[in-house]
Design a protein around this ligand. Structure first.
Ligand SMILES: Cc1cc2nc3c(=O)[nH]c(=O)nc-3n(C[C@H](O)[C@H](O)[C@H](O)COP(=O)(O)OP(=O)(O)OC[C@H]3O[C@@H](n4cnc5c(N)ncnc54)[C@H](O)[C@@H]3O)c2cc1C
Length: 177
């Protein structure tokens, strides 16, 4: 999912594709006020959903400006997704590198009776590798997103620009292998 200018078109496209294909998913962003309503509609489609916090600069009329509100929204939406996964009506994933968030989701999932294999944690290639390995070793489903194709470089640069601390992280990874 890109910036809010593309939300409606992306959701419309998803509805069309989902009517014909099972192996197609959509990403929803917890920083947008609209996502509670979008999720309600999407859940009616027996969807595959990746929940993320959201990466684009959005105005306060459309998105929570405070990180604590974005996190709270993430957990609320995650609860709805876990409930749907438990019912077998959605395939779900949480795209985040936030270790505390993942811990809390795992705790809530266990409380709700959702088995570890009923959801995925997804991260970008090369980020939080130790955490990725620990989650996989503990029986969680861990998927790593890799950029590829003609536009991998601009995509990767955008991800670095979102979080300048990643530049140092990538350089350190290159030097230490
Ligand atoms: C698989 C995947 C797919 C995505 N797809 C989309 C998409 O389609 N649309 C979209 O808008 N956004 C997408 N994103 C980006 C997402 O919206 C966030 O901008 C991005 O993941 C940063 O938020 P966070 O939840 O990882 O952690 P943040 O809220 O940024 O950080 C919380 C804590 O997590 C840890 N952390 C976060 N990032 C790092 C890091 N790079 N290295 C080390 N520690 C870190 C730190 O402890 C940090 O304090 C995607 C992210 C992932 C992982």
């Amino acid at each position: 999912m890109e910036s809010t200018a593309y939300c409606d078109a992306t959701l419309d496209l998803y509805r069309v594709l989902r009517a014909e294909h099972t192996n197609v998913g959509i990403c929803l962003q917890s920083y947008l006020y609209r996502t509670d309503a979008d999720l309600e509609q999407v859940l009616a489609l027996s969807p595959m959903v990746r929940l993320v916090k959201g990466a684009y600069k959005e105005p306060a009329e459309l998105a929570y400006p405070k990180k604590s509100d974005v996190d709270e929204s993430f957990l609320r939406l995650a609860g709805e997704l876990l409930a749907a996964a438990r019912e077998g009506t959605a395939r779900i994933a949480f795209g985040t590198h936030d270790a505390d968030m993942i811990l809390e989701i795992n705790r809530r999932a266990a409380d709700m009776g959702c088995p570890r294999e009923s959801y995925e944690i997804q991260m970008l290639y090369g980020i939080q590798r130790d955490l990725q390995a620990r989650l996989a070793d503990s029986g969680y489903r861990m998927r790593v997103l890799i950029s590829y194709g003609a536009y991998w470089f601009p995509w990767y640069m955008r991800r670095l620009a979102e979080r300048p601390a990643n530049v140092g992280f990538v350089l350190r990874s290159m030097l230490t292998g």
